[in-house]
Each structure stands twice: as structure tokens, then as C-alpha cells.
Write a protein that binds this ligand. Structure first.
Ligand code: FES
Ligand code: FES
Length: 160
């Protein structure tokens, strides 16, 4: 079947999509957008998190056909042409990236959190990222990164 969807503001048309194909597969293998990671393919890890019509979803659990005529934003679509998204910069600056496999999903989920809740409490951050598993960092640096991004986005960066 043919899928027409808007990804990161660009209209994409993909032919010969198998009915069981996931949105994650189509993004990575057919559209050349490998930012969303395939770690478990079972909806358990959140590494494949993308925004579908403004809602974070695990792209491995979404059939590609469900994206027909809809709007998708991946981690590649968060940055401006000349600057990373503040959450991306904060992850680097806070040392929240080790192997990086979980990072795209965490960045998408954190950016979504800060869009809705610019000054989240720690429990809010933990809840928002509860579906995103990281095997490397112990989560403290990830929390630091989200706090740092919130500070910067509010123009209140403090020395850490
Ligand atoms: S790859 Fe989709 S949730 Fe793990
Ligand atoms: S940095 Fe390796 S899984 Fe999170």
C-alpha cells in the first residue's frame, strides 16, 4: 500500500508498504531517518519514541498505515537548521549520553514534557520518562539534563 505522511514538516510518499510494517521501520528503512532507535520492537524501551499528531508514541507499535495523512515528528525534526534543540544540548552538556541508544526517545519525550510543563518537578520528569529505559546512565544525569534544559528554556540557567 501507499503511505502519505508528513514527517518533520516534509510530505513523504512511500510505496509498497506491507500492512504489518511499523512506522519505525518506515521511518528508518524507507525514509532514511535512523534517529529513532529500534531496541526492543515491543513497546518496552521507548527508544523509538516519536510524536504522532503531537502525542508521543512508540513508533515500533504503530502500524505505518496509522500515520497516513498525519503528522510525525522524529528526533531529527526537533533541531533547528542551525541549532540543536535545548534538550539535545542539555543532554550533551549534562553528560546524559553514554551509548546513546535510549537518547533519541528520551529527548523526544523530554521535549514534549517541557512543551506542556516548562518547570516540571522531579516526580513529573520521572513520570514523563517512565516509558524510556536506559541501561547506561542510572538516570541521574538524564534528570540533570531535563532540569538544565528547563532552566535554559526559562532563561534561568544556573551554574552547576
Ligand atoms: S523499540 Fe519501540 S519501545 Fe523499544
Ligand atoms: S545511554 Fe545507553 S541505554 Fe541510555
Amino acid at each position: 500500500m501507499r503511505i502519505t505522511t508528513t514527517v518533520n514538516g516534509e510530505r513523504h510518499q512511500v510505496d509498497d508498504v506491507w500492512e504489518g510494517e511499523s512506522l519505525l521501520y518506515v521511518l528508518r528503512e524507507r525514509m532514511g531517518l535512523p534517529g529513532s532507535k529500534n531496541a526492543c520492537e515491543q513497546g518496552e524501551c521507548g527508544s523509538c519514541t516519536v510524536m504522532l499528531e503531537g502525542v508521543p508514541v512508540c513508533a515500533c507499535l504503530v502500524a505505518a498505515g496509522q500515520a497516513e495523512g498525519r503528522e510525525v515528528v522524529t528526533v531529527e525534526g526537533l533541531a533547528e537548521p542551525d541549532a540543536l534543540h535545548p534538550v539535545q544540548t542539555a543532554f550533551v552538556d549534562a553528560g546524559a549520553v553514554q551509548c546513546g541508544f535510549c537518547t533519541p526517545g528520551l529527548v523526544v519525550a523530554a521535549a514534549d514534557l517541557l512543551r506542556h510543563s516548562p518547570r516540571p518537578s522531579d516526580p513529573e520528569i520521572r513520570e514523563a520518562l517512565a516509558g524510556n529505559l536506559c541501561r547506561c546512565t542510572g538516570y541521574e544525569k538524564i534528570l540533570d539534563a531535563v532540569r538544565l534544559a528547563a532552566d535554559r528554556m526559562a532563561g534561568e540557567e544556573v551554574a552547576r
